[in-house]
Design a protein around this ligand. Sequence first.
Ligand SMILES: [Zn+2]
Length: 40
Amino acid sequence: MCGCCGRDLPRTTVHELGGTSEVYVCRRCALWMAARIGRR
Ligand SMILES: [Zn+2]
C-alpha cells in the first residue's frame, strides 16, 4: 500500500523511501515527494 496516496499496490510497484523504513510509496508519489523535498 502506498504511504502517500493510500492506494493498495503490489510490493513490486512501490519503493521504500530512503531513511524511512516501512514506508512505501508508488513511483509517482516517490517522484512527487522527491521533487517536493528537493525543492526545499
Ligand atoms: Zn502513491
